[in-house]
Design a protein around this ligand. Sequence first.
Ligand code: C2E
Ligand code: MG
Ligand code: MG
Length: 663
Amino acid sequence: MRLFDEKVVLRFLLVMASIFFALFIPEILSNKEYIFWSIPYILADFFLVVVAVLYRFPIIGNRKRMREDVNIAPPATAAVPIRDFKKDLMERDELFQMMVDISSNGFWTFDVVTGKVYWSQRAIKLLRASSNDAPDSFELLKSRIVESDWLNFKDELAASLASGEKFSTVVTLQGGSSKDVRLVVSGHVQLNADGRPIRIIGALNDASDKQDQEKQSYYYAYQDALTGVYNRKFFLEKLKVDVDMALQRPDYLFAVALLDINRFGAINTSYSINVGDRVLRVVADRIKSQCRANDTIARIGPDVFAIVLHDIQSGDDDSDVKAIVRRIHNAVKLPIQLEGRELYIGVSMAVALNREVDCVEDIMANVTSSLREMKKGAQQGGIQFFSGGIREKAMKLYKLEFDIRKAIQAQEFVLFYQPIVDIANGNRVVALEALVRWNQSENGFISPAEFIPIAEETGLIIPMGAQILKMACLQAKKWVDDGYTDLQVAVNFSAKQFALDNLVDDLKQVLLETHLNPKNLKLEITEYTAVCEADKTIAVMRALSGMGIQISIDDFGTGYSSLSHLKQFPIHTLKMDKSFVDHVVDDEEDASFARMVIGLAKSLNLDLIAEGVETEAQLDFLRSEGCRLIQGFYFSKPLSVNDTHEYLAKHYHAKKKVAEVGA
Ligand code: C2E
Ligand code: MG
Ligand code: MG
């Protein structure tokens, strides 16, 4: 720290000296003896004053310049003038800006403290803006690129600031026609002595520029910037080398292992992206520490690592590979220490050897189907070795997925409706549950139990669910118009559908388009869906309830909800699962469970529907325990639209009429 300025001190001393000498001027003038010296004395004193005020002290300035030219830092105790230092920095910044302005690359800098962004002339040009109205903030970028890229860029920037890692992302300029203009935005974080980010220095290049692409690929082609292991591209290239080697040398054996972090999304959402990133780095380091130096480790998906174990000497029982994979698995799943707490992660691993495969695609298909099988099974979080049966099963699933996709486009799904009957009201139909049916041309009827789980796993349930909702609402509106005015149609919603951010708006839109009164619509969600992210679910349920849409908890009794959950959920109905109804008459445990659920629904003031009622004995039991709403084959199987029409004609009657009947 500088306490005083050299120039100021010198000036002060000179002024003090001139004042001191000036004190003697009256005496010199009054004494005739000194009169001859009085003129030069006064001139000399005046000269001192002039020097103090006007002179620029070249020696000091030169010394300072010399220090910087030869890059000698001033001693820690020496005072450094504040103004010169600032000016110097400004000059350096100006110089930097001039350099980047004349460069053919676009540059930008982001000052972390002031939040200001400097855009070079070339960067402004690449963003199709004019330098006169370019703001000194990211607003310039935001206003020029497509929204999804902007959100992605923001995430990259935040992650880079948190981790200190460089980043690179491709963005598309808005308003692109057939030939989209894509730019590569990359940034490098500058840290201060304490390791804190002070600014990001970034580049902006035309992604179609060949030279830039080469430069870009030079840095980013083979490495995963976050974890430092290889990326997917490199992994596949290495795998190809091994496959070729095995074709030439039939005894050459290698294995591919995939490692997937279970519920990684939940780590990101429950903690933060930074914690997620750190977990990925720890996992990468742990894999490295357990592999041999020549093995290839890569990150090939957000939370998926792939390992090629080259040239393995394995006996028939593959004991060597099994030992390495178990070692990796054990090391990775150890608790991770993060910010003073322990984080436990589940890890699924799948392994396939190159026996009987002769291309990269085949070995990858083997290992990914093993991983998929592993993640589906009850023993999630273990190790799955590939075997032939897995592949066959996977092929069947892939085909089904493909067929579902086609069926959605061709609108091949239809709805059947199963009546829900009020036995305390003359067996009156109060509601219908919409159940999807798929009559596939090749294989005939396929049960929803077979295709709904695949649709859920692949995300296809979203477009399929949207079709189903629209169909059900249109049909419900027709029935309301036919005079079944208080009939409710219940639509099943899967967890993925219920988690959609725009669910409430989408529902509003469908109701608006179909002109259906919300009171005629009911949503069925399972217990699992309801307790998943309970806080968010409650908020969504409240919004739906506010709109007048009722909610049922389906398959109640099979899952996870506690009494405290139930009390919080703004729901209207519980649907007791068929598995309890099945044995109410011959299993005392199921009978007491059914009694308990009936009591629970009463105490929470909820409607209760018993699902899957097939026999008179079951019905009598439920009636005697006070359960009045029944769904099951005893009354009706799910019916086509036409058959439902007939059923309604016979079994729907207005409440008033029932009261008369009951009276
Ligand atoms: P769920 O929502 O619990 O539907 C009740 C299931 O029980 C239906 O099977 C129905 O046909 C069957 N069921 C009703 N009463 C009886 C009975 O007395 N005996 C027997 N054996 N079965 C009875 P379904 O139609 O095969 O549907 C199975 C599951 O598939 C549904 O269970 C639901 O979870 C799902 N699902 C069906 N349609 C849709 C849909 O449109 N969207 C979604 N997300 N899931 C659906
Ligand atoms: Mg249901
Ligand atoms: Mg059910």
